[in-house]
Design a protein. Structure first.
Length: 364
């Protein structure tokens, strides 16, 4: 029986990519070594790393005004690294809180700089997101930080604001899901373990001009410019995760690029939302205009059936559908590597369970 992994992260990886990596695991090319055994400064690995970086640039059409860094520490590290570098005593940074992760970003930034929370949807229980039109951007803001896709609540801000301030975005769970205009952002960061590859790698896209504004008093390991100058080799990088990311980038390009995945991801999300909305047994709590195409939470009409749902789902080969511990319910993460076939199997299962539910409308 084919099994489908709906985990929010670490998440599903293309079977095509996994098969290719399996073939190369014992020996890369004719090197006599696994990719995991190679020096990150070797000529062979330098070629692997350089090609992966260029493919990422090609996929996102990243302009020459920006650099790409392959770092570590996840998005959580960036919660501190961003304000350490670009926060200052004279001007506060503006933050938008639309879910658990942007709230955590604020909590970390407050330890090192002055913060203005200029918009928040916490009062709604994070079932919606503040519209960019409503953001009261500070006149002297050092930068604006937001999270376009909140993994836990499944809340999305689909369009960035128009601003002349440096715009920083945590795109961990939405990167590579559809085309974006990188030129609108001064800094984008994303943990790789959702739509790029295995955990351990953090992608950063940073405007070169922004790096000139960083805090030079920081240790080199915390400075973006030092990572840029060393081609992300300031310290030993997560070599296997970088290699795996390169394989995923090749797969994305081969599959048709971000235009293809945008179409597929919207189709998948639309199918699941349509099914949920047509049922009185399943509910998605998020405002329609803020629904994520990557992370779809849903609630059963009777939460006493949660355990039954999860147990029977696992028996049916549908894995990791339990919602985040902070919100409960269910959540299906349908990243690029989740094919339509897997999503359809989930809907079929939900439909079958629906007819054993206590809801007379759904049974009739």
């Amino acid at each position: 029986m084919r099994k489908w992994n709906f985990c929010a992260g670490p998440a599903v990886i293309s079977e095509e990519v996994l098969a290719e990596v399996k073939e190369e695991l014992m020996e890369w090319g004719n090197s006599g070594m696994s990719i995991m055994e190679m020096s990150h400064r070797s000529k062979i690995y330098d070629g692997v790393a350089t090609e992966a970086k260029q493919d990422f640039i090609d996929i996102l059409n990243i302009p020459d005004s920006h650099d790409v860094l392959f770092l570590q520490g996840g998005a959580t590290h960036q919660f501190s690294m961003v304000p350490l570098n670009f926060g200052n005593k004279e001007n506060s940074a503006d933050y938008i809180v639309s879910g658990s992760w942007s709230k955590k970003a604020v909590s970390e930034a407050l330890k090192v700089t002055s913060i203005n929370t200029i918009a928040s949807s916490e009062d709604s229980g994070f079932t919606s997101a503040p519209s960019p039109d409503s953001w009261a951007i500070s006149k002297n803001s050092s930068y604006i930080h937001y999270c376009p896709n909140e993994t836990i609540q499944g809340v999305a801000i689909h369009s960035p604001p128009t601003t002349d301030k440096p715009l920083v975005a945590d795109m961990s769970s939405v990167i590579l899901s559809e085309p974006i205009d990188v030129s609108k952002f001064s800094l984008i960061y994303a943990g790789a373990q959702k739509n790029i590859g295995p955990a351990g790698l953090t992608m950063v896209i940073i405007e070169k001009e922004l790096m000139k504004m960083e805090n030079e008093a920081l240790p080199n390991i915390l400075r973006y410019s030092k990572h840029s100058e060393s081609d992300s080799m300031l310290n030993t990088p997560p070599t296997f995760s970088w290699y795996m990311a390169g394989k995923v980038f090749k797969w994305v390009k081969k599959s048709g690029g971000l235009d293809y995945f945008q179409e597929q991801n919207h189709k998948k999300a639309s199918s699941l939302y349509t099914f949920i909305d047509s049922s009185s047994f399943y509910t998605n709590p998020v405002s329609v205009e803020n629904r994520s195409i990557m992370n779809i939470p849903f609630i059963l009409a009777d939460n006493n059936l949660d355990t039954k749902f999860l147990e029977e789902a696992e028996q049916a080969g549908l894995l990791n559908l339990k919602g985040h511990r902070s919100v409960g319910g269910m959540r299906a993460s349908i990243y690029n590597a989740m094919p339509v076939e897997g999503l359809n199997q989930l809907i079929d299962f939900m439909n079958c369970l629906l007819y054993t539910s206590p809801s007379p409308r759904d049974r009739g």
